[in-house]
Design a protein around this ligand. Structure first.
Ligand code: SAM
Length: 238
């Protein structure tokens, strides 16, 4: 059965096109995962289909009302018992390749996209299993953030990428940045592909790539190497 992805949002149109494109589109067609967009507004009962209200205590902005959101969460949970309910939030744990790998282990994801000033705190406390932030900046809504999570997680599902090696070699699996990649033509506007990649010597190529990856990581993201030194078993995570 496909890995279920349920997206709870006030803007289901957001997801119509993008997920059907390229690798994710093919993975859905091939049944590796399924996407169901739930319009939170469908769980309202008033004429105006109200999903937000003013904050208790005053202040700027609106807050997502608990009733429709919790009803939407309960309906998603009924379809997929035991699937983690994940709130997209700038206050969540910083998203990483490690979290993507964890989530790809299954059993699926129910993603809640916030809007306005976010959701009522009681929903967060009692109906959410995990909160994820995609970075230290504030978006208008959780839709783009959930797209990031869906993209990073679903490409790790078994069978989605043709070449499983490309997963274990790429950036962060070590955790290190990836070596530089080249394709044809061999000379482009006077710039050559490094000679060693044309040598056909797989041993030397592998060694060169390793050196390049290390140098690049040292230069751009020394923090990744420090983290690795700090936890001796992080290498085996890949
Ligand atoms: N007032 C909220 C706060 O300071 O935490 C920010 C709300 S933000 C304008 C609206 C929604 O966008 C959030 O509920 C969340 O779902 C989403 N969002 C914003 N920034 C995000 C981030 N960095 N990562 C994940 N989701 C984010």
């Amino acid at each position: 059965t496909p890995f279920p992805v349920e997206i709870l949002t006030l803007f289901p149109d957001f997801f119509d096109g993008p997920l059907r494109i390229s690798l994710t589109g093919k993975a859905i067609e091939r049944g590796h995962f399924s996407v169901n967009c739930v319009d939170i507004r469908d769980f309202t009962h008033d004429k105006h289909r109200t999903c937000d209200d003013v904050p208790y205590g005053g202040g700027a902005g609106m807050v997502m009302k608990p009733e429709p959101l919790v009803a939407a969460l309960e309906s998603a949970r009924e379809r997929h018992p035991g699937v983690p309910r994940i709130l997209m939030s700038p206050q969540g744990e910083p998203f990483s390749q490690k979290i993507a790998r964890e989530l790809a282990q299954g059993p699926g994801m129910i993603l809640v996209c916030g809007r306005y000033e976010g959701v009522d705190e009681r929903v967060r406390q009692h109906w959410i299993d995990r909160e994820i932030s995609i970075g230290d900046y504030v978006l208008t809504g959780g839709e783009v953030a959930s797209m990031v999570v869906i993209d990073a997680v679903t490409r790790l599902l078994p069978g989605v990428l043709g070449n499983q090696e490309s997963i274990s070699e790429e950036s962060f699996s070590a955790p290190m940045l990836e070596y530089p990649q080249y394709t044809r033509p061999r000379e482009f506007r006077g710039f050559e592909v490094p000679e060693i990649l044309l040598s056909g010597d797989h041993g030397r190529v592998a060694k060169w790539r390793q050196e390049q990856a290390l140098a690049r990581t040292k230069e751009r993201r020394p923090d990744l190497l420090e983290r690795r030194d700090a936890s001796p078993d992080s290498q085996s995570e890949s």
